[in-house]
Design a protein around this ligand. Structure first.
Ligand SMILES: NC(=O)c1ccc[n+]([C@@H]2O[C@H](COP(=O)([O-])OP(=O)(O)OC[C@H]3O[C@@H](n4cnc5c(N)ncnc54)[C@H](OP(=O)(O)O)[C@@H]3O)[C@@H](O)[C@H]2O)c1
Length: 397
């Protein structure tokens, strides 16, 4: 993948980014760390956990010019590319906060579709990011690095990560940290950063959805979809959704969608045009990519904006540009994980300013399908892959 380099996480795990490896972390080879006396990557369950977690590491600490002892922490590692069975709990080195970072002791993380791609070997973490998955987490600040202001040990927070959320602790730059919003529990807050930042950035900051306009959300019952429906309603837009069953469409309607399309039985272009007097959707938030490109352009209203954020239906398609010309329409595509740090900081700040008040007053809520213990991570991945869920599947520590 040709993605821009990002320097965040420079110091979370070492003075420089860990060596890039394609599969799972071998703790013994992480720079600046060595294990003692015995460290193997294997499943850790129940009574074994305490014993495993008492394993300690010595780590060179260049900032202080001496070695110090770090306790290990539990993390879910990807032992090789494959199915949910390749996920294992193991002991890995504790993170240490670098300048401008805190360490979050994780209460919960969530399963995102990107974690499944990473597990299959298709979506490696950016340089400097922990090798273990997890794009968001909630928890309590347990260490504060040099230069950090505004955050203290004991603060409850949630964080947008480039990886590493499937662990007891994660180092995170404060520019990626958000307070736990009022009315949301610490665990459920783990389901907010990735969806709110993705939706707010694409639908509002990029596509500029306005009150009275129509937003079409594909996969309306997904983690992203349930958030998009609520945010769009909160800003006064009309919301259309696609979903694969009547039950899921009903959940979308409860959240505020008013145009409901079962993509297995109906044509979304015809349905959305019929419901909007032939005008179409002003903004389309798309998770399907190639498979829907032509129809997404067809469903756009004049001056419409299509934003592609997922490629579940493939990456290559032909586009008749004359259709864009005729409608003065545009096509955008973004990803969050590989985004430069300053852009992510702007997105997180905008979410804190505009979305957090909507969460605090109850207009936007994390929709949580299940909260499973981290030991059930394989089951959680199977659940998300089955698409039986509505909203987020969380993993708790
Ligand atoms: N670019 C970014 O920055 C970014 C960030 C986060 C997420 N994403 C992407 O956003 C999408 C949603 O993520 P998530 O974690 O919320 O996923 P998720 O909960 O696993 O949901 C996947 C969704 O895809 C829907 N779907 C499957 N086939 C469909 C079809 N033919 N037409 C319409 N919808 C269909 C499913 O609907 P049914 O269950 O009803 O079949 C389900 O709602 C993913 O593609 C993910 O990669 C992108």
């Amino acid at each position: 993948m040709d993605a821009p380099r990002d320097d965040r996480y420079v110091s979370g795990y070492a003075a420089g980014p860990p060596e890039r490896r394609s599969i799972s972390p071998n703790v013994a080879t992480l720079p600046h760390h060595r294990h003692e006396p015995e460290l193997t990557r294997r499943s850790v369950t129940g009574s074994e956990r305490k014993e495993h977690c008492s394993t300690r590491f010595t780590a060179e600490d260049p900032a202080r010019g001496r070695r110090r002892t770090l306790p290990g922490m539990r993390a879910v590692v990807i032992t090789r590319p494959g199915g949910p069975e390749v996920l294992e709990l193991a002991v890995v080195p504790d993170p240490a906060p670098g300048p401008g970072e805190v360490v979050l002791t994780v209460a919960a993380t969530s399963v995102n579709r990107a974690d499944i791609m990473q597990r299959k070997g298709f979506y490696p973490p950016p340089p400097g990011s922990p090798e273990w998955p997890g794009l968001e987490a909630s928890g309590t600040v347990s260490e504060v690095g040099p230069g950090v202001t505004g955050w203290s040990v004991g603060d409850a927070a949630c964080a947008l990560l480039t990886g590493g959320g499937y662990a007891e602790k994660v180092a995170v730059p404060v520019s990626r940290l958000l307070p736990v919003p009022g009315g949301v529990g610490l665990v459920d807050a783990a389901g907010l950063p990735e969806t709110t930042c993705t939706v707010w950035n694409n639908v509002m900051m990029l596509a500029g959805l306005r009150p009275g306009e129509t937003l079409l959300v594909h996969g309306g019952s997904s983690g992203i979809g349930t958030t998009a429906v609520q945010i769009a309603r909160a800003v006064g837009a009309v919301v259309a959704v696609t979903a694969g069953s009547a039950a899921k469409l009903e959940r979308c309607a409860e959240l505020g969608a008013s145009i409901l399309v079962n993509y297995r039985e109906q044509d979304f272009v015809a349905e959305v045009k019929a419901a909007t007097g032939g005008r179409g959707a002003d903004v389309v938030l798309d998770n399907m990519g190639a498979k829907y490109l032509a129809r997404n352009v067809e469903v756009l209203a004049p001056h419409g904006r299509l934003v592609v954020i997922g490629l579940q239906g493939g990456r290559k398609a032909e586009l008749d540009l004359s259709l864009l010309l005729e409608k003065w329409a545009s096509v955008h595509a973004t990803s969050l994980r590989w985004r430069p740090a300053d852009e992510v900081a702007r997105i997180v700040a905008s979410v804190a300013e505009h979305v957090w008040p909507l969460v605090a007053d109850g207009a936007v809520r994390p929709v949580v399908h299940a909260r499973l213990p981290i030991e059930d991570v394989g089951e959680a991945h199977r659940l998300v892959e089955s698409s039986a869920h509505v909203g987020k599947v969380l993993l708790t520590f």
